[in-house]
Design a protein. Structure first.
Length: 249
């Protein structure tokens, strides 16, 4: 009886020793690897602790002096380098022909800066393209009475394109500016008569238009000086001249 009782007691003690740990020990114990029992007293990080640590790391400021700034890109930064330069120059040209408070020194500095940004051919093409409200920069310089600007632009244009010449004729008609019309040589001359004039070594004809004074809004006086008139007329049988008066050619 005694031996049997001892066997029962030993078995019972082993059963108690091998019983699973309590809930509190599991919760407070550290991470358990597969096949390894948790160590008593080890602490395991809970989900709430993980969230707290994550929030702390996010809210933790970076090293001093390090800051991230969001800068809004320029509208021209998305363009290729060549187009970006052209767009920038066009913006400056637009400001010149629209502003009325520019000084001659500022006009020269801006125009020279535009000339250094583009080649001579590129600048000439930009000034003769109707890219400002469907008209050229020279058109607006004339219409807005920006004489210094139009003179500065004209230095970079050796020959006007047909499209630019038509636009300049409209500008001279709108302002009734015959002097500029003649200065820019915008007359539609007869090719045969012009060839003969140059062959004869004859200087260009001179035309003066007078408006205002005692004249009403529909009157004007035009006087012309035609050199070698008889010789040229007998050769070509006709002579053509153009001038601007009262908004018409």
């Amino acid at each position: 009886m005694t031996a049997k009782s001892e066997a029962f007691d030993n078995s019972d003690s082993k059963s108690v020793a091998s019983s699973p740990p309590s809930y509190d020990k599991i919760f407070t114990s550290g991470p358990v690897e597969q096949g390894q029992r948790p160590k008593p007293g080890a602490r395991q990080t809970s989900c709430d602790d993980d969230r707290s640590m994550l929030a702390t790391n996010i809210a933790k400021p970076g090293p001093p002096g390090l800051s991230i700034k969001s800068r809004r890109p320029s509208i021209f930064s998305f363009l290729p380098v060549g187009k970006q330069k052209r767009a920038t120059v066009l913006s400056r040209v637009r400001d010149l022909v629209s502003a009325a408070d520019s000084t001659p020194s500022s006009i020269d500095s801006i125009v020279n800066a535009c000339a250094s940004a583009l080649t001579a051919a590129q600048l000439s093409d930009l000034l003769q393209t109707p890219n400002i409200e469907d008209h050229t920069a020279l058109y607006w310089a004339i219409v807005n009475h920006r004489r210094e600007v139009s003179s500065a632009f004209a230095r970079f244009i050796s020959n006007f394109s047909s499209e630019c010449s038509s636009d300049l004729r409209l500008a001279c008609m709108q302002t009734s500016n015959h002097a500029l019309f003649s200065q820019l040589n915008l007359q539609n001359t007869d090719a045969k008569g012009e060839s003969l004039r140059q062959f004869l070594g004859c200087p260009s004809d001179e035309i003066e238009v007078h408006e205002g004074g005692e004249l009403d809004d529909h009157q004007f006086i035009a006087s012309s000086r035609i050199r070698m008139f008889q010789k040229r007329l007998r050769t070509t049988q006709e002579l053509k001249q153009e001038f601007v008066a009262r908004g018409r050619v």
